[in-house]
Design a protein around this ligand. Sequence first.
Ligand SMILES: C[S@@+](CC[C@H](N)C(=O)[O-])C[C@H]1O[C@@H](n2cnc3c(N)ncnc32)[C@H](O)[C@@H]1O
Length: 344
Amino acid sequence: MIDAGSSVARPAREVIPSSMPAGTTTPSRRRTARRPASTTKPGGIEPTFVTGDGRSCVYVGDCRGVLAALPDVQRGVFDLIFADPPFNWSRAYDKWDDAMPEREYLDFTFDWLDLCVRGLKPGGALWVNIPDDWAGEIVCYLKGRLERKPPTVLTMQNWCVWHYRFGQNTKARFINSKVHALYFVKPGAAHTWNAEKVLEMSDRASIYDDPRTFSKRDGMPAGKRVPMDVWYGKFWGRVQGNNKERRHGHDNQLPEAYLARVLLACSNEGGLVLDPFLGSGTTGVIAHALGRKFVGVEFSAENAKRAFERIKAGPIRPPEQPAASSAIFPHRRKGRTAPRADRG
Ligand SMILES: C[S@@+](CC[C@H](N)C(=O)[O-])C[C@H]1O[C@@H](n2cnc3c(N)ncnc32)[C@H](O)[C@@H]1O
């Protein structure tokens, strides 16, 4: 676990107590809070925590109420929204009741999705981290295939899968070992896609040392390719046990590598990023470290406070480090210990 205020911490001039429900402000808060990345007009709501540089902020409350009140959502200016909602799996969240009747959970889901769709700028990216239970409904909804429609029908770019090896053990059926990472963009403008920021070594390079991959004509650097849509590998496992990234009290924390890939590929420095279900703060940590402006929303005041401390402390690993090869077989060329791309 990292210590808030460790060596990579950015100076935070301001920490505002988080006892207020979302949507309320006090004169003293107005006096002390610096304006965050997300503009709050007079009459709008104020964030509970703001970093000293004013670039990242956290609101406490139900994201449906907070997003509906945010001028930046009404204006539709977010470059990227990453949402990892409660899965309705009866998890013991600090405050949130994670066991709704199915219809209620879907209405809740479509309500926050509508707000996210509205909040995106044209060309903005929406990522949703969701298990098998709800992925189908969310895809159909965002594509406008259900009776209820989103404010704008989105374009699906990728249906990625985050694969991990330590799923819940069971003998009754196959063990779950994945969550879906759904990637949509809002139509109306070109979307951000920084392939060069997320390249990894190709299997041809890392397993076979195949000369063809070192003289490619597809514009990619020698031996490199865009990652495939199933994500796994070193630093990609579920964040558990004595993992250095582990934050106490969060059994559903996402790995830093996951958010680094999403943010590097689909946003630029200075871009505006939103996470409506902040949890332990992984999106905020990576967004802040990568120089994005960040807005997080969290229902639990305690979680929000800890996430904010984590945002200030910074990530465990530099988010821009090159991805390791995800090949599942070792290098096969005789007489060579490492593939060329590894030897520099
Ligand atoms: C799956 S966790 C997010 C984990 C996060 N991605 C991370 O890496 O730590 C979901 C979080 O959403 C919060 N939450 C649940 N319902 C919410 C709501 N309606 N509005 C805002 N936050 C909510 C929960 O308290 C929980 O911390």
